[in-house]
Design a protein around this ligand. Structure first.
Ligand code: HEM
Length: 471
């Protein structure tokens, strides 16, 4: 291990980057995202950061991103993901190698194109609840933070579609679950940039460590409760199915929608060696990955539309035209969503651990180094996005626009891309079109989100808008 460390330390000197102390001091002062942006400006498209004993090399050039994300040998997540272990265990997001591959194969049919449209109804139903809750805000027209409303909506959607149960978090006054997820993300961010807290023993006995354990307990208790309930319902119902000798696997092939949890329970009943713990890890992973990301995108898109009245109007008019012509295809709204995913890349960076020496461009990255895709900056590459700080959905409408296969990677790409990408796009279109049809989003004077890359990008000061009910 020491020899590896010395070897990596020597190699790291060939890559530009700050010292650990410079990084910690400056990122504390200006925030991690701004610091990374500055580092990109100062050191160029490839730069390195030491986080404790772990070396991270950040890449932003689409050619390099293509090499990294297409690689079939780069399937293990980087060391910093380990901090999520006690919560998400060996679920799909954190798992690596052959175990990951088996799970991915098992879970992919749950997001098959053919059954996606079946998710629309629960998405629309939950959106109606959201609209009713927001109408209250529209009557006063006062500025408010829209994010908490959206996140409960997204939680209800993932509960119902992935778990096959209704949660109605939107109708509860306060969701303990959502709060615990947000706390864990905050702790993760704080821990990642604190030399002391990166040490497991120190973290374990620190206040932050205790807070972390309390959050994990809340989240695991909720999943256990849900699993117990689901298993009971499921056993009652599958005994009937089994009696009629229907082949359960047929259902998996898309004859009717099965919540993803149903698939896991069926696999277990049909002899797939998934333990209860493994099922819980997948449930936790999907609950987190499926609601936290979508919440941020919807909230940021509402904010961006509130700031860009012309774009909002155009998206609204497209909805009216589509309703008149009875068509579902909404190219402008889709472009708005893509531009929002570019502008506020909600997973701003994600990383892997190199397990065998890897050539990326002219660099050979040695094994045990962590490589990070800094998608937020790739999405600001002026060669592909002129005036990158301008919110301009037409970029995604022009067929001739100067693009690169890997200049737009909000969902990652390649074998470890986002399994829920199509599901997310459906939910985004469904929610944003319903909200746009009902409300006009108005700006709040002087408000600007302060970006916080807490695994998923959030806004430290909320996402403030005003609403006006449309006629
Ligand atoms: C706009 C919303 C979303 C965005 C921007 C997004 C983005 C991403 C990104 C960038 C990754 C790769 C992370 C990494 O390599 O560390 C990822 C992975 C993943 N996402 Fe999403 N995601 C979204 C929605 C969803 C939804 C709705 C679900 C589930 C229903 C989901 C489930 C997952 C899972 C399970 C993985 C791990 C896949 C694997 O490693 O095989 N995501 N997502």
């Amino acid at each position: 291990q020491i020899i590896d460390l010395i070897r990596i330390k020597q190699w790291s000197e060939s890559i530009p980057g700050p010292s650990l102390w410079q990084f910690v001091r400056k990122s504390r002062k200006i925030g991690v995202l701004d610091w990374l942006k500055l580092a990109h400006k100062q050191y160029g498209p490839v730069f390195r950061i030491w986080m404790g004993k772990d070396l991270f090399v950040f890449f932003t050039d689409p050619d390099d991103i293509k090499t990294l994300l297409s690689s079939t040998s780069l399937l293990h997540k980087s060391s910093n993901y380990k901090q999520l272990d006690s919560w998400l265990g060996e679920g799909l997001l954190l798992n690596g190698g052959e175990a990951w591959h088996e799970r991915r194969k098992l879970l992919t049919p749950a997001f098959h194109f053919n059954i996606l449209s079946e998710f629309k109804e629960p998405m629309e139903e939950n959106c109606q609840i959201l609209i009713e809750r927001l109408k209250e805000k529209a009557t006063t027209g006062e500025p408010f933070d829209v994010y908490p409303y959206i996140t409960l909506f997204a939680l209800d959607v993932i509960y119902e579609t992935a778990m096959g149960l209704k949660k109605h978090a939107q109708l509860e006054s306060d969701s303990v679950y959502v709060k615990a997820v947000q706390e864990i993300c905050r702790i993760y961010l704080q821990r990642n940039y604190s030399i002391l807290h990166r040490n497991n023993t120190f973290f374990k006995f620190s206040k932050l460590g205790r807070e972390h354990r309390a959050c994990v307990r809340i989240l695991h208790d909720e999943t256990d409760r849900l699993l117990k309930l689901k298993r009971k319902m499921f056993e009652e119902c599958t005994t009937d199915i089994l009696k009629t000798k229907v082949n359960l696997s047929d259902d998996l092939k898309g004859k009717r929608r099965l919540a993803f949890l149903d698939m896991l329970l069926i696999s277990q009943m049909e002899g797939m060696p998934l333990t209860d713990k493994e099922i819980r890890e997948e449930v936790d992973t999907f609950m987190f990955a499926g609601h936290d990301t979508v919440s941020s995108v919807i909230a940021f898109t509402i904010y961006l539309l509130s700031q860009n009245a012309n774009i909002q109007q155009q998206a609204y008019e497209e909805l009216l035209d589509a309703a008149r012509d009875g068509r579902e295809y909404l190219p402008y709204l889709e472009a708005v969503i893509k531009e929002s995913l570019r502008f506020y890349t909600v997973v701003p960076f994600f990383s892997r651990q190199v397990t065998e020496d890897l050539r990326v461009g002219s660099i050979i990255v040695p094994k045990k180094v962590n490589v990070a895709v800094f998608a937020y900056m790739t999405h600001r590459d002026e060669r592909y996005y002129p005036q990158p700080e301008k919110f301009d959905p037409t970029r995604f409408l022009q067929n001739d626009h100067n693009s690169h296969t890997h200049s737009f990677v909000p969902f990652s790409a390649g074998p470890r891309n986002c399994i829920g990408q199509r599901f997310a796009m459906l939910e985004l279109k469904c929610a944003l079109s319903s909200l746009l049809r009902t409300f006009e989003f108005l700006p709040v004077e002087g408000f600007q989100p302060i970006l916080l890359p807490a695994i998923v990008m959030k806004s430290e000061n909320g996402v403030k808008v005003r609403l006006k009910l449309r006629n």
